[in-house]
Design a protein around this ligand. Structure first.
Ligand SMILES: [Zn+2]
Ligand SMILES: [Zn+2]
Length: 322
């Protein structure tokens, strides 16, 4: 496929790894799942490169590509993976078509004139891509169902990244969003499920955070980390001295034994652990939720729940070694 031919050429350019490069591809079909996977790996191995892809049309064959759960890996999955790996994805609009016409085409001095059908196609394809890549905001019902006293089945995680700038933490543009664990089964430790914390850790290497600076990662998560994820987060902190971690959890995950130990180890590794207060919920509502301008109003049960969970977390963290 064209993308792989392009990567082959890239290999021959011998770009200086000490510099940052931006590759822009205008492509008539968006990457198939297989090429998307290879591009994701390419971005992982080439941190000095960022990638923009403008596609004229969405390639919709999934070609039976399988992911590690041997579930069919669809073209939508491929595009989302690319997005999560930091690639910028868009449908070619009139501007990009015009640019290509001027730059790459022997246009014989002719003006570029898309027909009305093409204009219509740009609109539908852009909408379709937006639907595939998902809303950048969480819908209000999902937020209320998951960040509450209710025992929701999935785990949602909202995150933001800040960098230390002289005397204060400053948000890193673009580095915020939300995700959830990847197979909809029971909360959050059913087998074969990639937990939200691990999906989050998967994204971090793609952000190119500089080792010479200090970063603060903040996660608002609907269930506190299970012991396995706690362990992985501890390892992550051990390997990344330039990162701090704050976790605000809506509920304590109590479904497996050892959850208390996991939380204590995280705490000992320097992570900040707190139950989401009304202020934190309000912040998430304002930042990550498509709130339609509605105010955030926790019910009295939820307010009480915050109190009991906070007490419980305090007991766990204080009970060192018991
Ligand atoms: Zn392909
Ligand atoms: Zn977990």
């Amino acid at each position: 496929h064209a993308e792989l031919c392009f990567l082959e050429r890239f290999g021959s350019w011998q770009l200086d790894e000490g510099k940052q490069y931006r590759l822009t591809c205008y492509i008539n079909w968006s990457p198939c799942p297989n090429c998307a996977q290879i591009l994701v790996e390419f971005l992982g191995e080439n941190r000095h490169v960022s990638l923009r892809i403008f596609a004229a049309r969405i390639y919709k064959k999934s070609d039976g590509y399988k992911n590690i759960y041997t579930k069919p890996y669809t073209y939508e999955d491929g595009l989302r993976k690319l997005r999560d790996a930091g690639a910028q994805l868009a449908i070619m609009t009139r501007d990009e078509l015009q640019y290509c016409w001027d730059t790459f085409v022997d246009n014989q001095g002719q003006p570029f004139r898309p027909c009305p059908i093409q204009e219509e196609h740009i609109r539908t394809a852009s909408q379709e891509l937006e639907n595939i890549l998902g809303r950048t905001l969480m819908d209000a019902t999902t937020f209320k169902d998951n960040f509450s006293h209710r025992r929701a089945r999935r785990t949602y995680l909202c995150y933001q990244v800040e960098v230390w700038e002289g005397d204060a933490w400053a948000p890193v543009e673009e580095l915020y969003g939300f995700l959830c664990n990847q197979i909809p089964l029971l909360p959050p430790c059913a087998q074969g499920l990639r937990h939200a914390e691990l999906c989050f850790l998967d994204r971090v290497p793609f952000w190119n955070l500089e080792e010479g600076r200090q970063y603060r990662l903040t996660c608002y998560i609907s269930w506190s980390p299970c012991p396995d994820c706690a362990q992985r987060l501890v390892e992550f902190l051990g390997n990344n001295n330039h990162m701090r971690l704050r976790i605000f959890a809506a509920r304590i995950y109590t479904f497996v034994s050892g959850h208390e130990d996991g939380l204590r180890q995280l705490w000992d590794a320097g992570a900040q652990l707190t139950i989401m207060t009304r202020n934190d919920l309000q912040h998430c509502w304002d930042t990550f939720v498509d709130n339609q301008g509605d105010p955030f109003e926790p019910c009295p049960i939820q307010v009480e729940h915050i109190g009991t969970e906070s007490q419980e977390l305090e007991n766990i963290l204080r009970n060192q070694g018991n």
